[in-house]
Design a protein around this ligand. Structure first.
Ligand code: FDA
Length: 312
């Protein structure tokens, strides 16, 4: 219950443009300063690539996300598309792993489906040519159907270097998992980060967690190289034990975590020989992402306040 209240509170704050303006001035500053830095790799591609290099040097895999979402004009969607094209070029030139994540509302899904698909196709054309893997993040439930439908359309048109995200809090996800497995598509499983109504989503952590374990088993049994994306030790232990029971080798799936969260656990899993991919978010549009991270764990607010107070 507390989870739901806290999520709702931070989602409301995430919509505040005054707060966003204030936070943007101090949250992510050059040279590693700023209270949001724990979760955001920086505002520039160069900072994100530097963070990626450090993470790769510690034996982990990476995916880069140029933050942005919910754009409402074709010009903004166009700009986001150009940013991704530039990002892909810079990643390729840098020699780091070729893997990015993106959101369809960043590419114009709120304008119409065709705009976002056109923009995504432009990105995939370059990404494919350069051997990238592109993960389409999952947003809130009004976008679930259309996101999966766009994913499937591209998949049927032979775009195979793409993956999708499913959220265990959604009641529909077990069915979506069966469908993704039947396609042979790569799924990232998460619990889900948005504030969803009970009609579509489980409201209690115990139900979300139970669904997470059920879907993990489905993905490990019938899926293709699934990504189990969580910082929850119980979910990680459950994944390990299902994989051991099904005799699934450690290179047939991966764990994923967010930049700056449970770095101790990230390192421990790598030391045990598991694959660990870190999702590295960056860019000037970091505010809504940052607020979702606060909402997941209100204790982070104390941590952020300490950061603000120690800043000059
Ligand atoms: P849970 O929230 O139960 O947390 C378990 C434990 O993890 C906590 O007790 C704490 O120790 C730690 N923890 C979790 N969140 C923390 C935080 N913010 N700060 C500090 N500690 C924290 N969601 C979505 O809807 N669409 C998407 O596309 C994605 N993509 C995505 C990619 C990757 C790589 C990850 C890891 C996560 C996502 N998510 C996401 C977010 C996901 O849905 C979920 O909101 C967060 O991962 C938090 O859930 P946990 O599984 O970690 O469990």
């Amino acid at each position: 219950m507390l989870d739901v209240v806290s999520k709702a509170f931070f989602h409301t704050l995430a919509g505040s443009s005054t707060l966003k303006k204030m936070a943007s001035r101090y949250g992510v500053r050059p040279n590693g300063a700023g209270f949001a830095r724990r979760f955001i790799a920086g505002e520039t591609i160069e900072e994100a690539i530097a963070a990626a290099r450090a993470i790769q040097a510690s034996g982990m895999l990476i995916t880069l996300d140029q933050l942005g979402e919910s754009v409402t004009t074709a010009a903004e969607a166009d700009a986001a598309t150009r940013e991704y094209l530039a990002l892909i070029d810079q990643i390729a030139a840098s020699g780091i792993e070729r893997n990015v994540s993106l959101k369809l509302t960043q590419l114009g899904l709120n304008i119409d489906r065709a705009t976002s698909v056109d923009n995504l196709r432009k990105i995939l054309e370059k990404a494919d040519a350069l051997g990238f893997f592109v993960r389409i993040d999952m947003e809130d439930s009004p976008y679930t159907d259309v996101t999966l439908s766009i994913f499937e359309t591209l998949w049927q048109h032979d775009n195979r270097n793409i993956g999708v995200v499913l959220q265990s809090y959604l009641r529909r996800t077990e069915e979506d998992t069966r469908r993704a497995n039947a396609l042979g598509a790569r799924v990232r499983l998460v619990k889900g980060a948005y504030n969803e109504p009970r009609t579509v989503a489980f409201q209690h952590k115990s139900e979300v967690d139970a669904a997470f374990v059920r879907v993990t088993e489905r993905l490990l049994k019938d899926g293709v190289y699934p990504a189990i994306a969580t910082h929850d030790e119980k979910m990680i232990e459950a994944t390990k034990s299902v994989a051991a029971r099904l005799a699934i080798p450690k290179d047939k799936y991966e764990f994923q975590m967010l930049y700056g969260i449970r770095r101790d656990l990230q390192a421990a899993l790598v030391a045990e020989g598991y694959r660990m991919r870190i999702y590295i978010p960056f860019g000037p549009e970091w505010f809504p992402y940052f607020m979702r991270r606060l909402g997941e764990r209100p204790a982070n607010v104390g941590w952020v306040m300490k950061g603000i107070l120690s800043e000059r």
